[in-house]
Design a protein around this ligand. Structure first.
Ligand code: GLN
Length: 495
């Protein structure tokens, strides 16, 4: 039996708290009980912060009683374990951060707590957010509540713990980060909503860095409205992040009119590669038709450099990762191995023991493409192609208001999926990385089910800083699609 409090939308939780239908302590307790009961199965949380949650919920109830309230007063929030949380274990799902308790709180989580959010815990992810299936976490794999033939599936990645927690009602929202698709692809695999805002919309301060020119925070939720509410909380300028934007933040919830009459929606022909899964194509075509029926104008567009996006991303992201991860050497953070053998031995042994295989692969690729002799051929060239990709979007956005594509090339897969070559896993990001390279906002919403009863995601991409249009078109499409399928593997909430 599911506890009905857990299955409410975030908007209904917010409104119910305000109307005193239930308290934040009740709502938080319902979630904590469900997490404590079901997390051994899903493994979506690395750390459960029961005591902090209970205290925050009591404080929120006091504020609700006195009439002063934040945007999400009393609402439980899960946090991807890539955000630094003061005094609370922050792992990035890596062995190398063993025991790391930051002395400060990230800006985005600070904003959540200032607006009344209640921290449930820290969610699992691919190590240092590198991956597409949550298979590289030092803290073990995560199960999605969706199943195929009675077998568990991966939740996608890297924000897999966040997506699984939201889809299995262990949180109404979870913070994620998206460098090349890590919010949108797990949202697609788990049949929920995830938005990556424009690069610079949310502060990166206090988020463990992977690829600094691409990393963006964003929410994972069960509805578009809930994502709009969370963006209202998370966005805004931060003097502590020099890449954070001072662009005004509109009220994203107010933007949800559902009216898309006359809006021009671009359909890029390059997102229909040969051999594309016909079920994905059919879902995409249905989305196009629904927008047309709602009065939008469908416009064919071309993004000619799309085919270079994946290769470009897998040069730029590892290059930045190799530089960002140089700081983990046994001196300042977490794990330290071999200190008695001298400094060089300590560096080598700590990094050899602390990083997993995928992270080591990225560091090696990144170091290679940045090395003298290869820099021009790889890194510099990738930077140039990156701007060609961004320019494709600039040109397209002279003609259209938003772009509709699939989010991922497949539905979620099982734990028996063992690619022979890491590039096979990288292909999961083929539809999400162009947006990341161009720094644009992108959202994934459930588009429908495939023949196995698994969700497939639709992606809407918008102009720089025009999340309002992205959210509104997504909202209109969400209403038209009426997706209400529930995962086969949701466990009961109550003890
Ligand atoms: N799957 C991509 C990668 O492995 C994207 C990760 C992300 O967005 N953090 O790099």
């Amino acid at each position: 039996m599911t506890n009905e409090l857990n299955t409410l939308t975030l908007a209904d939780m917010r409104d119910g708290l305000k109307a005193k239908k239930f308290s934040s302590v009740e709502l938080t307790e319902a979630h904590l009980k469900a997490i404590e009961k079901n997390n051994p199965h899903y493994n979506s949380y690395i750390t459960i912060t029961r005591d902090i949650a209970t205290k925050m919920a009591k404080d929120a109830d006091a504020r609700l009683a006195s009439g002063s309230q934040g945007l999400i007063e009393g609402v439980p929030v899960a946090v991807k374990d890539l955000f630094c949380t003061k005094g609370v274990l922050t792992t990035a799902a890596s062995h190398i951060l063993d025991g790391f308790k930051p002395q400060y709180e990230s800006t985005v989580t600070t904003q959540c707590w200032e607006q009344g959010g209640v921290m449930l815990g820290k969610t699992n992810l691919d190590e240092f957010a590198m991956g597409s299936a949550n298979l590289t976490s030092y803290y073990g794999t995560v199960k999605s509540p969706w199943m195929k033939d009675g077998q568990p599936l991966v939740p996608g990645g890297s924000s897999g713990g966040s997506a699984s927690a939201v889809a299995s009602f262990l949180a109404p929202t979870a913070l994620g980060t998206d460098t090349g698709g890590s919010i949108r692809q797990p949202a697609s695999f788990c049949g929920i909503v995830g938005i990556k805002p424009t690069y610079g919309r949310c502060s990166r301060w206090g988020i463990v860095a992977f690829a600094s020119s691409l990393d963006q925070a964003g929410p994972i939720t069960r509805t578009v409205r809930d994502s709009a509410i969370m963006l209202n909380v998370m966005c805004g300028h931060d003097a502590k992040d020099s890449t954070s934007s001072s662009e005004a933040v509109p009220d994203f919830e107010k933007a949800l009119t559902g009216n898309v009459k006359g809006k021009k929606i671009g359909i890029p022909k390059e997102y229909r590669p040969d051999g594309m899964n016909p079920e994905i194509l059919a879902m995409w075509d249905k989305g196009i038709q629904l927008l047309r029926d709602a009065g939008a104008e469908i416009v064919d567009i071309s993004l000619p450099h799309t085919k270079y996006a994946l290769a470009t991303y897998y040069i730029v992201a590892p290059a930045e990762c190799s530089s960002n991860l140089a700081r983990y050497d046994g001196v300042r953070f977490g794990l330290r191995v071999g200190a008695e053998e001298g400094l060089t031995a300590m560096y080598e042994k700590t990094r050899a023991a602390g990083f997993g295989k995928e992270v080591k692969r990225r560091i090696m690729i990144g170091t290679y493409v940045l090395s003298a002799g290869y820099y021009d051929a790889y890194y510099k060239k990738a930077q140039k192609v990156r701007w060609l990709i961004a320019d494709d979007f600039n040109k397209a956005f002279e003609k259209v208001d938003a772009i509709l594509t699939p989010t991922a090339p497949s539905a979620a897969f099982g734990f028996d999926y063992k690619p022979n070559d890491p590039v096979e896993m990288y292909l999961n990001d083929v539809f999400t990385v162009p947006t990341s390279l161009a720094g644009l906002p992108g959202i994934s919403i459930p588009g429908g089910l495939n023949k196995d009863g698994l969700p497939l995601g639709l992606q809407l991409i918008g102009k720089s800083f025009d999340e309002a249009t992205v959210l509104n078109v997504a909202y209109a499409l969400e209403q038209a699609i009426g997706f209400n399928a529930k995962p086969q593997g949701v466990l009961g909430m109550a003890a």
